[in-house]
Design a protein around this ligand. Sequence first.
Ligand code: E4P
Length: 218
Amino acid sequence: MKFFVDTAELDEIKALLSSNLIDGVTTNPSLIAKSGKNIKDTISNICKIVKGPVSAEVTSTETEGMIEEGKVLYSIASNVIVKLPLTWNGLEACNRLSNEKIPTNVTLCFSAAQALLAAKAGATYVSPFIGRLDDSGIDGVELISQIRVIYDNYQDLDTKILAASIRNTNHVIQVSMLGADVATVPPKILKDLVKHPLTDIGLENFLSDWQKTGQKIN
Ligand code: E4P
């Protein structure tokens, strides 16, 4: 199970890197807009500090435009993954970029049928949006389960399931139980994963008992 961090904020990425728990980064146009920075500078700066896959999304909606933008983004660094929307044009662009050995992440996936098409188009990753499905009243986690079954049925479908739009720690647990290959998680939720009140109480008690002994380890 890999963890990607879902942010375009360099400082947030830097703060998490020393843990060695982060395997990659995902961005999207909204996250780039929120950062207020230039996309190429941002992706370049992230790729300088992150060795793993870094998703950068195209904004053209036409096949040729997506391919051109995808090549520009991929030229920034060899660990860039070109993110494409799950549209007919996006699938065509995915197929063409995949044929040129440029890795892709087909995003905005909301159904198992879409995920099947993304895999057929040669996507390196598919990004099912769990939280946005939940928001619309559909069980987002169930989609991970369906995609896992479909991909496992066919050895030639080697697209990795990248669970996205993660809103809470329970989403992370559920998608990992269902066999998602990757979860892309906002920094706050990554930090929340370590929290448990019994850990805090237990540590407090251990330290208080230890203090009474007057001992030091070094
Ligand atoms: C990452 O690849 C996705 O773009 C992101 O997880 C979407 O998350 P959101 O639904 O919280 O915007």
